[in-house]
Design a protein around this ligand. Structure first.
Ligand SMILES: *Cc1c(COP(=O)(O)O)cnc(C)c1O
Length: 375
C-alpha cells in the first residue's frame, strides 16, 4: 500500500470553473478575483480581502505597507516555515525570534515582552498546524507597546480562538493557497484586513504600484494610468481564483472530514508507547492543517526513513528557522537559542493527512509506527 502525504481536493466543479475562465478573454486579475475576494472576506468575517500570488507576498506587502523596514525589528517564531522570517528580511527588517509553548508549538506570549526593544515594530504570530496563537494576549501586548500585528494564517483559514476569528485582532492576516494547504490553487495567497486604507495600498502594491488594475486598463475604455508607488508583481489571476471559489464553498465540509480523520488518528495511536501529541487548547477551533506526532529525538530520523521505506509519505514541520544555514550564518544562531522550538523540531513527524485518507490507511500507518517503535 502506498500512502500519499497529501492529496488536494479539486472537484469537477472547480475544473469547470477554470475551463470557463480559459474560454474567456481575460485570464489575469479581474472579476473572478474580485468574486473570490468577496467570498473570502465574507468567510473570514473581515471587511477586505486582497488576492495575491502567495502568503509570502502577503507577509511582505503587509510589512511594507505598515511602514516596516530597515532598522526595525519584528518578533516572530522559529517554529514555522522559513517564508515567515524571509518576508521580514525582504522588507529589510530584522526578525527577532521568541521561543514557543511546549504544549502547542505556538509563539509563547509570555516571552514576547522581554524581546521588545525600542526598535520593535511588529509581531508576526504563526498559527501552527491550524491552532490559533493566544491572540487576545498578543494583541494586548501589541497595544501596550504600540506594535503592529500581522498573522501568518497559512495553516488556519478556518480557525478561531476565544470567540475571535483568525485575523480579527490583527492589522493584517496572511493566507496561503500553496499546493498542500487546506484549499489550493497550486500557488496563491490572500491578505485580509479591516482597514480600507491598507487594503487599497496593498491592491496597488500587488501590481507595480499602479493606480488602475489590468481590468480597468483593458476591459473598459482605455484610460491613462499612473504609478504613485513602487510596487511588486504579486497579483492573483482569474485562473487561480476560479480554482479556489468552489473549494472555499466546501471548506467547512473539508474541515469536518479532516477533524474526523484526526480523531481517528489519535484513537489509533494513543496506546503506542513513545508517541505524544501536541495539545489543542480549550476555546480553540483548530483548522486541522497537518497531523503531527512527537517521538524521541534519538529515533525520529530512523522512524522517518522507515515509514518512507514502507511507502508512507512523511514530512517534518518544522526544523526551526534559526538553525537553517542562512540564519545561522547571518545572525550567528547556535543550538540552544530556542530550546522548546528545537525540541519540537527534533521530535516531530507529520503523517499523511488529507481528505481522501481512509480508515484502513490510518490503521496501516498506526501499525507501521507500532512496529517501528517496538524495535
Ligand atoms: C506555506 C506557508 C507559508 C508560505 O506560503 P506561500 O503561499 O507558499 O508563500 C508561510 N507560512 C507558513 C506557516 C506556511 O506553512
Amino acid at each position: 500500500m502506498k500512502i500519499e502525504f497529501f492529496r488536494h481536493n479539486i472537484a469537477q466543479e472547480d475544473i469547470d470553473r477554470v475551463n470557463e475562465v480559459l474560454r474567456s478573454i481575460f485570464l489575469t486579475t479581474g472579476e473572478v478575483v474580485s468574486g473570490f475576494e468577496n467570498l473570502f472576506s465574507q468567510y473570514i468575517g473581515t471587511r477586505h480581502a486582497v488576492g495575491l500570488t502567495s502568503c509570502t507576498a502577503a507577509l511582505h506587502l503587509s510589512l511594507i505597507s505598515l511602514g516596516i523596514g530597515p532598522g526595525d525589528e519584528v518578533i516572530t517564531t522559529p517554529m514555522s516555515f522559513c517564508a515567515t522570517s524571509n518576508a521580514v528580511m525582504h522588507a529589510g527588517a530584522r526578525p527577532v525570534f521568541v521561543d514557543v509553548e511546549e504544549e502547542t508549538g505556538n509563539l509563547n506570549a509570555e516571552l514576547i515582552e522581554r524581546a521588545i526593544t525600542d526598535k520593535t515594530r511588529a509581531i508576526i504570530p504563526v498559527h501552527l498546524y491550524g491552532q490559533m496563537c493566544d491572540m487576545k494576549r498578543i494583541k494586548a501586548i501589541a497595544d501596550k507597546h504600540k506594535l503592529r500585528v500581522i498573522e501568518d494564517a497559512a495553516h488556519s483559514i478556518e480557525s478561531s480562538r476565544d470567540g475571535f476569528r483568525v485575523g480579527e485582532l490583527a492589522d493584517a492576516a496572511c493566507f496561503s493557497f500553496y499546493a498542500t494547504k487546506n484549499i489550493t490553487s497550486g500557488e496563491g495567497g490572500a491578505l485580509t484586513t479591516g482597514s480600507k486604507d491598507l487594503a487599497e495600498r496593498i491592491r496597488m502594491l500587488r501590481l507595480h504600484g499602479i493606480d488602475k488594475g489590468a481590468a480597468d486598463r483593458y476591459t473598459k475604455r482605455y484610460e491613462h494610468w499612473d504609478m504613485p508607488l513602487l510596487g511588486w508583481k504579486y497579483n492573483m489571476d482569474n485562473i487561480q481564483a476560479a480554482l479556489l471559489i468552489g473549494q472555499l464553498g466546501r471548506i467547512e465540509e473539508l474541515l469536518a472530514r479532516r477533524e474526523s480523520l484526526s480523531n481517528e488518528y489519535e484513537d489509533a495511536l494513543r496506546d503506542i508507547k513513545g508517541i505524544r501529541f501536541l495539545k489543542t487548547l480549550p476555546g480553540v477551533r483548530h483548522a486541522r492543517h497537518l497531523f503531527t506526532v512527537l517521538v524521541d529525538s534519538s529515533i525520529r530520523d530512523e522512524i522517518l526513513w522507515a515509514l518512507q521505506r514502507r511507502d508512507i509519505g512523511v514530512a517534518v514541520n518544522y526544523r526551526p528557522i534559526h538553525l537553517l544555514k542562512y540564519y545561522r550564518e547571518t545572525f550567528g544562531f547556535r543550538e540552544g537559542a530556542y530550546p522548546v522550538a528545537e525540541d519540537i523540531g527534533s521530535r516531530t513527524i507529520s503523517l499523511p493527512f488529507h481528505t481522501f485518507l481512509t480508515s484502513d490507511q490510518i490503521e496501516y500507518v498506526a501499525q507501521a509506527l507500532r512496529e517501528e517503535l517496538a524495535h
